[in-house]
Design a binder for this molecule. Structure first.
Ligand SMILES: [Zn+2]
Length: 536
């Protein structure tokens, strides 16, 4: 080919060099172009070999061989390009002020985290959200308003019904939370004081959020022997409150209950068939994590720490509590063996972190029987408590729940201080563990389906209609990773280990992670829910 220039002819090679020089001086068409990756759009479609172009914080073009130059170009050949992952259940308040980069999440490809789960949130939300907005974070941040915190603010941590006047006050606080930007109401009916809330009160409060476009998401009353009734209750909140409802971190706890996910998933499917908008989220581990007081009966937990200690020092009540702990260790969260309960973090004795109940019981000079382990639990609670990790979930239930199309991925994690305590590895590994262990190794679900469960599905669920899909007009939250190597490395023994196989993470058009390190960019924004009133 010959190109005519200045009235003469010149060789094509010379022409193309000249053309490249001209192009290099021309203003860039885009701020960023990601070239040649296997693009999963997030909607569940198979990948396509396309380019993705970004201007400022927005995706402006998607297509093969995009013309025009990016100010910055990323070569993604051989890699997956997907929407950034959206985590609708986190406890990221724990740690975000110390680690605003949230490295444990971003290094997995997570670009948005939601807080206020399990019925627990700041009340009111606005001062907290203003603080978060001023912090300068790597990921985006959204909130739920917590029913337990609302109840605590109005009537305290007590075991009684609310009066009509108190219910009116609680409804006002939920309404305020929605106006401040919450995406819905979370409940934690397993925890004090949510545990003292009758279902009709939950429905009355949830319906306020529902009428303002919000959803209900529940850490259910019981995930062990009472899991069936709890699923029915969660469905009832959506059905009677006329709103979307979600079973969060769905699991079946306790060996006698294993297999019941067959029934819980059937209940969800039947509810959907009659028009109830119910969905599920899940983390991919066979252990849960919460306060060690989860082993105590609910009635023993009313009030504050001092009230619990008073009960433990009353001989009659202590014996009753102890019997309940023995049963919980055997049939519920204890998984039948004190070895299955591990301390995650302990304020009054950090050296206990990582040790299990059998080891701690032996160190106290007793054989690690269930009876002695129950004594150890009461001793820990008396000293000030601790958070625990509980190995009592079956892999078959986990995979059955994961395969269900109405299940999305959410970590239930936090932002750990690197190296401190012995947290559940879900904070470091949830999303990449699904991609590594459950897609690549066990082939439990296909890759496009896993990506959907982490991107467009959670986005659609909470109503984030401008994220979760790679399409022009959407916000540029993007993860670039290697499907052949992406994996979790955090374990229960060594939890402080970052994900591997993730190359580049982009939030609102800015690169926050590349070449194995966080960048100085802090583009994360507070995202506000459907009823947000900025002028409040
Ligand atoms: Zn929870």
């Amino acid at each position: 080919m010959r190109t005519k220039l200045c009235g003469g002819l010149m060789p094509a090679a010379v022409a193309s060099v000249l053309a490249a020089a001209v192009a290099a001086q021309a203003p860039a068409t885009y701020d960023l172009v990601i070239r040649g990756g296997q693009v999963f759009d997030g909607a569940g479609n198979p990948w396509a070999l396309t380019d993705v172009a970004v201007r400022q914080d927005t995706i402006v073009a998607v297509g093969a061989g995009l013309a025009g130059r990016g100010q910055r170009e990323i070569d993604a050949r051989g890699l997956v390009v997907s929407p950034g992952f959206i985590d609708t259940h986190t406890h990221a308040r724990r740690g975000i002020f110390e680690v605003p980069t949230a490295d444990n999440y971003v290094r997995q490809g997570v670009t948005t985290v939601f807080e206020g789960p399990d019925g627990g949130s700041p009340v009111p939300l606005k001062p907290f959200l203003d603080k978060i907005a001023a912090l300068g974070m790597s990921p985006n941040w959204g909130m739920f308003i917590g029913q337990g915190s609302v109840r605590e603010a109005v009537i305290g941590r007590v075991d009684r019904k609310a009066t009509p006047d108190e219910i009116a006050k609680m409804k006002d606080l939920v309404r305020d939370g929605m106006l401040d930007g919450a995406f819905g109401l979370s409940t934690g009916l397993f925890y004090v004081p949510g545990i003292f809330t009758p279902t009709d009160e939950v429905i009355a409060l949830a319906a306020v959020a529902g009428s303002m476009g919000g959803m209900h998401v529940s850490h259910m009353r019981n995930e062990a022997s009472g899991v069936i009734d709890s699923v029915k209750e969660t469905i009832a909140v959506g059905e009677q409150g006329r709103m979307p409802t979600q079973i969060t971190h769905h699991k079946i706890i306790g060996t006698p209950n294993w297999g019941r996910s067959v029934d819980t998933l059937r209940l969800v499917s039947e509810a959907r068939a009659r028009g109830v908008d119910v969905t599920i989220d899940q983390y991919p581990y066979t252990a849960s994590s919460t306060g060690i007081t989860a082993l105590l009966p609910p009635w023993a937990l009313e009030g504050r720490q001092a009230d619990i200690v008073v009960r433990l020092r009353d001989a009659g009540q202590r014996a009753t509590i102890k019997q309940a702990i023995v049963e919980s260790l055997q049939f519920d969260r204890g998984g039948g063996d004190p070895k299955n309960v591990q301390i995650a973090a302990c304020g009054w004795d950090p050296s206990l972190a990582g040790k299990n109940l059998a080891e701690i019981t032996r160190a106290r000079g007793a054989e690690p029987t269930l009876d002695h382990a129950a004594e150890t639990v009461m001793w820990i609670v008396e000293q000030g408590g601790a958070s625990g990790i509980f190995h009592a979930i079956d892999e078959a239930d986990l995979e059955r729940i994961l395969k269900d199309p109405v299940t999305m991925i959410a970590s239930d994690g936090e932002v750990p201080i690197f190296g401190k305590a012995s947290p559940h590895p879900r904070s470091y590994g949830t999303f990449v563990r699904v991609l590594g262990r459950y897609v690549r190794e066990r082939r439990t679900i296909p890759l496009a389906e896993a990506v959907r469960k982490m991107t467009s599905f959670p986005a659609q669920r909470v109503g984030l209609l401008d994220r979760g899909v790679l399409r022009p007009g959407m916000k540029a939250d993007i993860a670039i990773w290697d499907a052949a190597t992406v994996a979790d490395t955090a374990t229960f023994e060594q939890p402080h280990q970052y994900a591997v196989g993730v190359h580049t993470v982009i939030v609102n058009g800015q690169v926050v992670f590349e070449h194995g390190a966080m960048t100085p960019a802090r583009p994360g924004k507070v995202l506000y829910g459907p009823a947000y009133r900025p002028s409040r």
